[in-house]
Design a binder for this molecule. Structure first.
Ligand code: GTP
Length: 635
């Protein structure tokens, strides 16, 4: 449809096109077997064109030390295709300085196109991304469709421009053009470039340069860079030629859009001023007007970009998906790059904090513990490599994931960043798809780390609970439930231990078996419950009467065993007597008179083991019972 419309316009010869000698030269360049001499000869037949071409070649090739003095020289230095496009551009400018469209400002059109051309050339030079001479031509012809509409439909386009200016939005102009002519100025530019034989990548760039988000070019490839450079160059030219208040706002956005292409704020500011200066010089060459524009540094000082404004920079679409939001610390000295990256990451759902250099970043780590740090390589005070090393030397920070951002030129020094401890790298300008992919891997790793941490914590809690319940179980296994005294098993173990120690050290050891007298009677008379209470009270008296190092145990039924380390027979006997008297004097349940009989045994050479010591104590207990109870029998 668009193509049909274009063919119609072309057939009627209504579009601006190279005329006369220029047309002949262009046709000549399309011949496969054409020689440099033939082209040079053809150009020379038009002295005015030759003069402009040599001037233009010298300005474009200003980085060459040797000036271009002849047409042959120009064709040799610039190549056939660039010379051809230069002839085309010069011829168009020459042939369309004014026209019949009343509302179309022809002077301003070429003035802005020239500014766009120089900007495109300089922005590409600044990043070494492509042929600057080609970008110049692309910039110059980038809006040629508007001139085309003004030439083909002077009256109708005048009315449309009037209507569009009333609402003052570009979308409206495009809509009006489509409705009125069946194609808009960008579509017409594309068709005209295609007709003149300019490469397809240029055609796509002019078609989408006002809104690059509409193209489906893969971010980061050459075509994407050409399109976005043209977009910024176009926006730059509009900003420069707009009113002061409007310009301030546009420059802020411009700085941030340029950062997306890897042009840091300082570099971009310098390039901007250089472009304006060159524009004034070039304007003389093309015979078109230029105006005074303040230095970009001054514009920015008056209104630096703020975080709020970054949400409206109209940069190419971003496709970062977040499955797991990360805490990210961004360390970068260029504020424009910082703002743009922060926007990318925040939009993707991550929490982002920023630092201007490594020293500031380190001082922030105690308060903001990031899961990922994205740091620039080149920074003042402490560069990215030193920063990485500082992180890896610290116990608390060594597990933080770190991406180091590097320029294309640094890519051969990549091993340095990994040696310093970086987890990964990003090439500037950061490609949002690459960043998204790297983040996805980091998100998965951080998520696993966090899950592991939780699992470890749960395991530690379970282990602590197990240890506590084991201890309780062990305690229960060794404790008598009724009296809460160590039980017979515990008593036997302890006695064995003490026996072994006494054997080794030669120190004394005694034990005593305590038995409640006539206990059956208590049970029979008062019942089992009262019997239990009496046993508990006797246990209590025995425990409170014992020395620190003695162990009082329930040995079974109404029998207790008291193990007395470091006690001679004599001492043990006295101690047993004291126990017996305390029990007899104790206030027991229902004022019952409770007495005990005690059999004491002390370690002696005739006793070979703990078992024999116990047997002796039991024998003495039996004797005490025989003697009428409530008494003590010892060695
Ligand atoms: N209430 C209660 N009685 C118990 C417990 N363990 C053993 N007995 C009782 O203690 C009594 C011990 O009786 P005997 O062995 O005949 O001895 P005794 O009546 O104390 O007489 P002598 O030891 O000869 O003075 C038995 O009736 C057992 O049932 C217990 O945990 N609680």
């Amino acid at each position: 449809m668009v193509n049909v419309k274009f063919e119609e316009l072309k057939a009627k010869d209504h579009l601006p096109s190279p005329k006369g000698m220029a047309l002949k030269i262009i046709q000549l360049t399309l011949k496969e077997d054409v020689t440099t001499q033939e082209i040079a000869h053809a150009i020379k037949t038009d002295p005015a064109l030759s003069g402009r071409l040599i001037k233009m070649a010298n300005v474009l090739m200003s980085y060459q030390t040797r000036p271009i003095v002849s047409i042959t020289d120009a064709v040799m230095s610039l190549g056939l295709s660039i010379v051809r496009n230069m002839v085309l551009s010069l011829s168009l400018v020459e042939g369309s300085r004014d026209g019949a469209c009343r509302k179309f400002d022809y002077q301003n059109f070429w003035s802005q196109s020239l500014l766009m051309a120089i900007a495109a050339k300089n922005f590409v030079e600044g990043r070494r991304m492509g042929a600057a001479e080609e970008m110049f031509i692309l910039g110059l012809l980038g809006q040629v469709g508007s001139l085309g509409l003004a030439t083909a439909y002077p009256q109708e386009y005048s009315l449309i421009l009037e209507k569009a200016q009333a609402v003052d939005t570009n979308t409206t102009l495009i809509d009006l053009e489509r409705t009125e002519f069946g194609l808009d100025h960008n579509q017409l530019s594309k068709e005209m470039l295609a007709d003149w034989g300019l490469p397809q990548v240029f055609q796509i760039a002019v078609l989408h340069h006002e809104n690059p988000a509409l193209s489906d070019l893969a971010e980061g490839n050459r075509s994407w860079h050409i399109l976005n450079t043209l977009h910024i160059a176009s926006y730059f030219s509009k900003a420069c030629l707009s009113h002061e208040r409007q310009r301030h706002k546009m420059v802020q956005k411009l700085i941030l859009s340029a950062a997306r292409l890897g042009l840091e704020a300082d570099v971009f500011t310098e390039l901007g001023d250089k472009t304006v200066q060159e524009w004034r010089e070039w304007s003389k060459l093309f015979g078109i007007h230029s105006t005074d524009i303040p230095l970009f540094k001054e514009i920015l000082q008056a209104a630096p970009p703020t975080e709020l404004e970054i949400f409206d920079i109209g940069t190419p679409g971003i496709s970062l998906e977040t499955c797991y939001a990360l805490r990210i610390l961004l360390v970068e000295d260029d504020y424009a790059t910082t703002l743009v990256l922060k926007l990318l990451l925040t939009k993707a759902g991550h929490t982002v904090t920023t630092a201007g250099d490594g020293v500031e970043a380190l001082s922030m780590l105690d308060k903001f513990m990031p899961q990922l740090i994205i740091t620039d390589w080149h920074m003042p005070k402490m560069n990215g490599i030193e920063f990485c090393k500082a992180l890896r030397y610290n116990e608390l920070w060594r597990n933080i994931h770190v991406f180091v951002m590097m320029t294309q030129e640094n890519s051969d020094r990549m091993e340095e960043i990994f040696e310093a401890g970086a987890s990964d790298y990003l090439t500037k300008p950061v490609n949002s798809k690459v960043l998204g992919a790297r983040l996805c891997v980091t998100q998965r790793m951080v998520q696993l780390q966090e899950e592991l941490k939780v699992e470890h914590q749960q395991l530690r809690t379970i282990a602590a609970q197990l240890a506590a319940s084991n201890q309780r179980l062990q305690q229960m296994a060794l404790t008598d439930v009724l009296t809460e005294l160590p039980n017979r098993r515990h008593a036997n173990d302890y006695l064995e231990q003490q026996w072994a120690m006494a054997e080794r050290s030669g120190r004394p050891l005694s034990c005593m078996i305590v038995d409640v007298d006539f206990f059956k009677k208590v049970n029979d008379t008062y019942g089992h419950k009262v019997g239990d209470d009496v046993l508990k009270q006797v246990a209590q008296i025995l425990r409170s009467s014992a020395r620190k190092q003695d162990m009082v145990c329930r040995f079974g039924g109404e029998e207790f065993l008291v193990i007395c380390p470091d006690a001679q027979a004599e001492q043990a006997y006295q101690y047993a007597e004291r126990l017996r008297q305390n029990v007899a004097a104790g206030n027991t349940h229902l004022n019952l008179i409770v007495t005990i009989s005690v059999g004491v045994a002390s370690k002696a050479p005739t006793l070979l083991n703990a078992e024999m010591l116990l047997q002796l104590a039991d024998k003495h207990l039996f004797m005490a019972k025989e003697m009428g109870r409530n008494c003590t029998v010892g060695n």
